[in-house]
Ligand binder design. Sequence first.
Ligand code: BDR
Ligand code: CA
Length: 310
Amino acid sequence: MTPTPIILDCDPGHDDAIALLLAVASPEIELVGVTTVSGNQTVDKTTVNALKVLELAGRSDIPVYAGADKPFLRERDVAAHVHGESGLDGPDLPEPSRQAESQHAVDYLAEEIRRRNGKITLVPTGPLTNVGLLLSLHPDARPVRIILMGGSIGEGNRTPAAEFNIWADPEAAERVFKEHLDTTMVGLDVTHRALIKDAHTERMRGAGKVGRMVAELMDFYARFHKSRYPDLDGSPMHDPVCVAHLIDPTLMEVRDAFIEVDCSAGPSWGRTNVDWRGREHFGAPNAKVGLDIDGERFAELIVERITSLG
Ligand code: BDR
Ligand code: CA
């Protein structure tokens, strides 16, 4: 089996951290590089967090590149109410032994994609600012595939209409969908069924240093979800679903879809309007969208891979 090479473009973020760990723990994936963006916290914080998570996993050999520190047009707005002041509140993660690279994330993305003739999958798990800039500034650098966490067919989380990653930079997201690449949108309709429950957390807590740190991350992350989503009986593992989809494509049900982003200034700004039913007068499919997931098998994959890191 040849592992799928990926770049994770992230804003760690508790669930981004689990996505990073899932990637390095999985022989099906080759994590070539990590790029960071402003989202859950400012980009200086999300960059340090990415470095810390790789340090924890013993993978400080994987380079990290800092990217955009604010959206295309909007004011920057972080998610400290979910992820804390550091963006990764909870455990005392190890200090990184390596610094971020000096090259800007968007230039690195373009260079790496060109070097591989496009044969690399981009996994964005934060606002799409870096990816939108890549597509705008480097028209010759197109990844073979994009699997992004963001949006929702139904209810949002940052507002009733909009999911956080798309809401934070709707113009960048619209730029990505307009490109008609092989893009898969993993939205809240799926991730709110991809839950880590207390029992999963306890199984990880007993599994070495990484397991304990992940459990402490989950303890912090669960506080917000228990109060905002008491109906869920667990915390959504939004970002790891993208990586899990590459590891085992049978976990998530996916359909072709036409997706556009509401970039207007009203209450629906950042909403993803998703047509996967082939309605008349809509565009031809420009993406794929996740509809459902086998949540039990997904959670088992997370626990198995995280505990394997020891
Ligand atoms: C998304 O927003 C962030 O808070 C999470 O890391 C995830 O990428 C969920 O709406
Ligand atoms: Ca994220």
